[in-house]
Design a protein around this ligand. Structure first.
Ligand SMILES: *Cc1c(COP(=O)(O)O)cnc(C)c1O
Length: 401
């Protein structure tokens, strides 16, 4: 008689639970490898990855361009610190600066939170120089988990256990131009907002919102910081959603998809905001290391050479049309831009939909109790997109039971 042996996933879950701090819920999957938009778990199950590690694995998994760039750079030079410069970092900064139609300067860091920390320090220092001390942010927004980024994150459940945080922050309703108009005045140092609230549930503001924010900041003399950590580098079918909408922010922050899975963040600053930081004002030991920069350059070059911005728009529209065509009592609607979409459920059963999708071989994310977020690799093929649309009725049936 053979003993009942648990799965490898269960064994890893037991080890994980015994050793990891309690800040995350127990992950339901243990991933081992990936290729394109498919990942395999340690028990050999395949999943179509429709979340891409939270909008990060922009070229999918094990993309040869990233694998080669990382391997080449890792066998050449991994780290310099900021006491030396390196060409991959300079070239990346040049590529990022060229994404805004204005003279720009770049700071490279590790991730989204550290990009927003740098952006807030720019806003704070410039605000102190000109006597402005308030920062306006939006309810439902997300800017990261470090103290400064958390202080401007408009989600009380994430923020309140860690107060007091850096102060002088005011939250206004997202997408509400009048609320912004009422809040932004001569005491405002900066406004920080996302072009689409990603963690908030892929929430799109009304058309023209960013442009209105730009105009209000210009009129009041405040900096506009646009957090494109999730929206940037192809997710929405553009390099930067702000620029695509004709808006030039004072500061743009980037991370998630930029490194294709390697940890990197960036700040792009224009105009006055590009001149605020002086030597000694800010820094990072690891940020923008040559390997991460080589990966980001591979991501940018591949998006260009494979015309992925157009591809993202086309596959996104195809998905959108297929969701609109689906008549299911649990599907109340859908929204999004490019390969960044949310399915709105008629009941708060998103966690059950996430589980049912996994059982059908799809990784999706219950971003809100009633919303499922889709943020697949930008290389998702039309056939892969269709396979999810085809499975969706059965997934919703299973979740509704
Ligand atoms: C994920 C995210 C962040 C935080 O990025 P980390 O890399 O997790 O620190 C900040 N802003 C937005 C809009 C995000 O989606």
């Amino acid at each position: 008689m053979t003993a009942v042996v648990g799965t490898r996933t269960e064994a890893l879950q037991a080890r994980w639970s015994a050793v990891m701090l309690g800040n995350y819920g127990l992950p339901p999957v243990a991933l081992e490898r990936g290729s394109g938009s498919t990942v395999w778990d340690v028990d050999g199950r395949a999943y179509l990855d429709l979340l891409a590690g939270i909008a990060v694995s922009s070229l999918g998994h094990a993309h040869p361009a990233i694998a080669e760039a990382v391997a080449r750079q890792a066998s050449t030079l991994v780290h310099t610190s900021n006491l030396a410069m390196h060409e991959p970092g300079i070239e990346l900064a040049e590529r990022l600066a060229a994404m805004v139609p204005a003279p720009a300067r770049v700071f490279l860091c590790q991730d989204g939170a550290t990009a927003n920390e740098a952006a807030l320090k720019i806003a704070r220092k410039r605000g102190n120089l000109v006597g402005r001390h308030r920062v306006v942010s939006t309810v439902g927004g997300f800017h990261g988990r470090t103290a400064g980024a958390l202080a401007v994150t408009g989600t009380p459940a994430k923020r309140e256990p860690f107060e007091p945080l850096p102060g002088g922050v005011e939250f206004v309703a997202y997408g509400d131009v009048q609320a912004l108009r009422d809040a932004v005045d001569a005491s405002t140092a900066a406004v920080i907002l996302e072009p689409v609230q990603g963690e908030g549930g892929v929430v799109l503001p009304p058309p023209g919102y960013l442009a209105e924010a730009r105009a209000l900041c210009d009129a009041a003399g405040a900096l506009l910081v646009v957090d494109e950590v999730q929206s940037g580098i192809g997710r929405a079918g553009s390099w930067l959603m702000s620029v695509d909408q004709g808006v030039v922010p004072d500061v743009v922050t980037l991370a998630k998809g930029l490194g294709g899975g390697m940890a990197i963040g960036a700040v792009i600053a224009t105009g006055e905001a590009a001149e605020v930081l002086a030597p000694g004002d800010h820094g990072t030991t690891f940020g923008g290391n040559p390997v991460a920069c080589a990966a980001a350059l591979a991501v940018i070059r591949t998006i260009e050479s494979e015309h992925l911005l157009d591809h993202v728009v086309a596959v996104g529209e195809r998905w959108s049309a297929s969701f609109d065509a689906l008549d299911h009592p649990l599907l109340a609607g859908q929204r999004g831009v490019g390969l960044w979409r949310a399915l709105e459920l008629a009941e708060p059963v998103a966690p059950a939909v996430e589980v049912a999708a996994r059982e059908h071989g799809f990784l999706v994310n219950a971003v809100r109790p009633g919303s499922i977020r889709l943020a697949p690799p930008l290389v998702l093929t039309p056939d892969e997109a269709d396979s999810f649309s085809a499975a969706l009725p059965a997934i919703l049936d299973a979740a509704g039971q």
